[in-house]
Design a protein around this ligand. Structure first.
Ligand code: IMP
Length: 422
């Protein structure tokens, strides 16, 4: 079976843990979009692993992990991740495959990402990892792909062309001195040499795996509302974070995808700027951020927190055709007096039960809430659904009802073991 895992909110839903759990049952795990802006955290035997590029399935022996053509790869960050894993006793060896068609992030992408933010009136709050500028070069047809790093003559030509244009922009628009050819050229040839053993035609590999009836898990990074098309544009990332991105970003036909599983936090968080209708007021927001350890896995930035927004999640279910949901961090809601679920928005006297596409409406929308009583005690040691406090079950039942989608997993803590299967 070929399954896509997607985030149904603004990322950080806890996909890493679900991917790690489901990885046990598949043969291949594939990242299909984004880059080292992502941070997937897995906690096992009190050890914390944070993955930025390598699929978290690498923790399982004998699983093949692919970085698909849709990913933008920062070779330096990837090499560090490989080395950090090997220091922790996890060897990627023949199990890591990098698409030769994936685009490489160069130093000028990262600096441009950061400089652009300083010039924007409405800042996006990017991770500064060069993601947007690298995808822009891909679409502009001047990007440098992983395969280019293996061919010194081609790489030289492409890098020269890029620097000729970009250095003019850096100097004239941003008053930045620009970049010298030689250090980048040498460094990236070295990265290419190191990574050459992993670089291959991953689309061919995955299609062969499908022919051989192997099981594949496609791991989405970020979330539906950071998707370049369907997210809260322009406060989004630069890739297709919805399930459709798996086909383009891995070279797989849509007819080969069997199921999409959505990952959703029991409340809502967002890093960076942009509208957030159910955001908590500052004092309660700070309390919940600390209660849920809501700080970015990549940048350490504090995440904004808010109530569960079923209008958004329903839209995510529709866009991704989600048949099953994993609800994450239920335990963070333990001990609250009452809980709210947003069931609609009000804007200019109109009631919106569907997500408005006009960002201004979303920015000014007032959430309409259904209030529910909270529960006492802690849920993190519970392993069976029927043992959850009655009000916690009522909350989950209400979510399932509003979303009209089956909840198949409930996470009640950060460890692999802290999960309830239904
Ligand atoms: P970029 O992807 O670095 O260009 O950042 C664009 C927006 O996406 C910013 O609001 C980031 O905070 C957000 N973002 C990017 N990656 C992640 C992620 O993995 N989790 C949550 N937010 C993210």
């Amino acid at each position: 079976m070929n399954i896509v895992i997607v985030g149904t909110q603004w990322g950080d839903e806890g996909k890493g843990k679900i991917i790690d759990l489901l990885s046990e049952k598949v043969d291949y795990i594939v990242r299909y979009q984004g880059g080292s802006n992502a941070g997937h955290t897995v906690v096992t035997n009190s050890k914390v692993y944070v993955f930025h590029l390598i699929p978290s399935g690498i923790l399982h022996k004998r699983k093949i992990c692919c970085i698909g053509n849709g990913v933008v790869v920062d070779p330096q960050a990837l090499i560090k991740e490989i080395q950090d894993l090997s220091s922790a006793g996890i060897y990627v060896n023949q199990r890591l495959k990098i698409s030769s068609l994936a685009h490489a992030i160069l130093p000028y992408h990262k600096i441009l990402d950061q400089l652009r933010e300083t010039k924007r009136t409405h800042k996006i709050g990017t991770t500064g990892r060069g993601i947007g500028p690298c995808y822009a070069d891909k679409i502009n047809r001047c990007g440098i792909r992983m395969v280019d790093l293996l061919n010194p003559a081609i790489f030289r030509e492409k890098l020269k062309d890029n620097l000729k244009e970009k250095n003019e922009i850096f100097k004239k628009v941003y008053r930045h001195p620009g970049f010298n050819f030689s250090p980048i050229y040498q460094d990236y040839l070295n990265y290419g040499k190191f990574l050459s053993r992993y670089i291959c035609n991953t689309a061919a590999l995955l299609n062969k795996a499908i022919r051989d009836k192997k099981d594949i898990l496609f791991e989405g990074a970020q979330g539906t509302f950071l998707d370049i098309d369907f997210g809260t544009y322009p406060f989004v990332t630069s890739s297709s974070a919805t399930a459709g991105g798996a086909c383009i970003g891995a070279g797989i036909s849509p007819v080969k995808i069997d199921k999409v599983v959505g990952v959703v936090k029991a409340y809502t968080t967002r890093v960076g700027e942009g509208p957030f209708p159910t955001e908590f007021p500052p004092v309660f927001g700070k309390f919940m951020r600390e209660k849920g350890s809501e700080f970015g896995a990549t940048t350490g930035r504090p995440r904004r927190c808010g109530w569960f927004d079923s209008v958004m999640v329903r839209e995510a279910i529709l866009l991704n055709h989600i048949l099953e949901l994993a609800i994450m961090k239920l335990d963070v809601l333990d001990g609250l007096e009452s809980l709210k679920i947003c069931i609609a928005y009000k804007y200019k006297g109109r009631l919106f039960k569907e997500l408005p596409q006009d960002l201004e409406a979303l920015r000014k929308a007032r959430p309409v809430y259904k209030e529910m009583p909270g529960w006492k005690g802690t849920t993190s040691k519970i392993r069976r659904y029927q043992d959850l406090p009655r009000n916690a079950r009522a909350y989950l039942f209400r979510l399932q009802d509003i979303l009209n989608t089956k909840i198949s997993m409930i996470s009640v803590g950060s460890s692999r073991e802290d999960i309830i299967f239904i």
